[in-house]
Design a protein around this ligand. Structure first.
Ligand SMILES: C=C(O[C@H]1C=CC=C(C(=O)O)[C@@H]1O)C(=O)O
Ligand SMILES: [Mg+2]
Length: 463
């Protein structure tokens, strides 16, 4: 199945270990092969035999899927300068890497996949003990599906003391496992319990926020809540991801596994996408349910497009993203008014942003400027993040944080991890939030978050 000849892998590994010995320092090598079509969910499922550190990413708008298995290298940081730190670790890593790639397709070769918590200053308490503040992983094995083509990247760090034959044998064993994909077990997820975390207290917090906004303490704040569920048996990652991919349109499907826990979701909200110097960002805020009939759906959509409270929620996001993007881009194009963005259970106000990124900036520089937008944090940015840390009834962890990937050819994309759940064996925490502005009503915001919880709930035992 692999198009790379085995002898070629042997030569590459032997050569790289020689180089590592000569320079007395490790060598990262990355080999890209074109492979026959393979089911990404089965690949993800089978990957757990090799390593319980897996990642999944599927684009919301194009045929593009990444599945990472295991770890060739990890980039961590946990301070306020985490984006810069990860960028400089990434630059160092690339300086010492050698790429064997005849195809040059985005999202192949040395690729980092992972995410960042919402707020690096929030303590890393339950249920997030197994997730570090930020973590980007360069997988040992990675499947890339781009349009109708599949690629396998094999990344390996080679040390002066490594034995070529041992490394080659292990890679061959792992590739054999990955190329004999196991069917999914198809055991339905059965819930045995469900508990909303402090719903009345949450509504009071929304009310307090509207008062504080009226007092001028801040202009907007996004408040999220948590729903805890229990299952009869441990949940299988690949099944949840497959169900999400099949039921949620116009959404990024993602999963990050860390020490046995899975953070998964189907988010519609792109933060930024970069292809060479072409940048795309998205303003998505303002929400109404879908209608049961075509007519009702169109009526609700029209109501959303004209509703002052939702338009205000949205405009704060557009203004902030415009400022952040204009500071590092040219040719910034932002339509004057939003359109509808339909999802299965609800519809949003949507304004796309396109621009050309100025030289010298990376995707992470853009993420640092954007995160959190007022769709996840509020306005002013710092005041709203402080407000969330002090008042919200949950620990956000990676909820609403930037998650995504980048490669070494200036391609990459980050979304924000909303409509998500942290799954721990036979229990899970589901998260959803909403933008609170002056005219927000606690009961209506509560209902809005209930609809936002539906996509995850429906694949975790039914909504
Ligand atoms: C914070 C969430 O949604 C944001 C994204 C789109 C619309 C939103 C809203 O209308 O409130 C939120 O700003 C969430 O789903 O957890
Ligand atoms: Mg809203």
């Amino acid at each position: 199945m692999l198009h790379t000849k085995v002898s070629q892998i042997e030569e590459i590994i032997e050569g790289a270990i020689q180089t590592a010995r000569q320079h007395q320092k490790p060598q990262l090598i990355s080999i890209v092969d074109r492979i026959d079509n393979i089911d990404p969910f089965q690949f993800l499922h089978t990957g757990q035999i090799i390593d319980q550190h897996r990642s999944f990413w599927r684009s919301a708008e194009e045929e593009f899927t990444l599945v990472g298995i295991g770890t060739a290298s990890k980039l961590y940081a946990k301070t306020r300068t985490r984006f810069n730190e990860i960028q400089s670790m990434w630059n160092d890593l690339n300086d010492q890497a050698v790429l064997y790639d005849d195809f040059n397709v985005k999202g192949t070769g040395i690729v980092a996949l992972g995410g960042f918590s919402f707020d690096p200053e929030q303590r890393n308490g339950a249920p997030w003990e197994n997730f570090s503040d930020s973590q980007m992983t360069i997988p040992a094995y990675m499947l890339t599906i781009k349009d109708d083509q599949c690629f396998l990247t094999t990344n390996v760090f080679l040390y002066p003391e490594d034995h070529p034959q041992q490394i080659i044998r292990q890679i061959k064993e792992h590739q054999e496992i990955l190329f004999s994909p196991k069917p999914l077990p198809y055991e339905p997820v059965v819930r045995s319990g469900m508990e909303e975390v402090l719903p009345e207290e949450w509504k009071k917090t929304v009310e307090k926020a509207t008062d504080d906004i009226k007092k001028g303490l801040l202009e907007k704040v996004v408040l999220a809540r948590e729903l805890r569920v229990k299952f009869q048996a441990p949940v299988q990652l690949a099944e949840v991801i497959k169900d999400l991919a099949e039921t949620q349109n116009n959404s990024y499907i993602f999963a990050f596994e860390s020490d046995g826990d899975y953070f998964v979701g189907a988010t519609p909200e792109r933060l930024a996408k970069l292809e060479q110097d072409q940048l795309v960002s998205t303003c998505l805020a303002g929400t109404i349910p879908r209608g049961k009939t075509k007519e009702e759906d169109a009526e609700l959509g029209q109501e959303l497009l004209e509703d002052p409270k939702n338009l205000q929620e949205h405009q704060f996001v557009v203004d902030m993203i415009r400022g952040a993007v204009e500071a590092c881009c040219t040719n910034v194009d932002i339509p004057a008014s939003p359109v509808l963005y339909p999802l299965r259970n609800l519809q949003h106000l949507y304004t796309p942003v396109t621009a050309t990124l100025d030289e010298g900036y990376s995707l992470l520089d853009v993420i640092e400027r954007l995160h959190p937008t007022p769709a996840l944090g509020g306005l002013p940015q710092k005041a709203s993040v402080d407000y969330i840390r002090e008042n919200e009834t949950m620990n956000r962890g990676w909820y609403a944080g930037p998650i995504g990937w980048f490669d070494s050819s200036n391609n990459g994309e980050f979304a924000v991890a909303i409509r998500s759940a942290l799954i721990k064996n036979d229990s899970a925490s589901l998260f959803a939030g909403c933008g609170v502005v002056e005219d927000s009503e606690p009961e209506a915001e509560y209902e809005e978050t209930a609809v936002k919880l539906k996509p995850m709930l429906s694949v975790l035992g039914g909504s």
